[in-house]
Design a protein around this ligand. Sequence first.
Ligand SMILES: [Ca+2]
Length: 72
Amino acid sequence: MKKISLLALCLVVSGTANALGNEAFNQVDEDQNGTISVSEAQINEALSLQFAELDVNQDGVLSAEEFANFQS
Ligand SMILES: [Ca+2]
């Protein structure tokens, strides 16, 4: 629960600070493979709900660029 709260905070701040945005991305990208899968996105409800919309190229995973469009 503490981990999710910290993540939410990072996501809120990510709109104005790119470094923190990258930190949020790395936290969601649990296996650190550079993309966020559907299961990884489930750590954050808002992210999970927006997943299909954020996946612009429809490849089933979110890149850092696609994740940057996430609005928490
Ligand atoms: Ca990943």
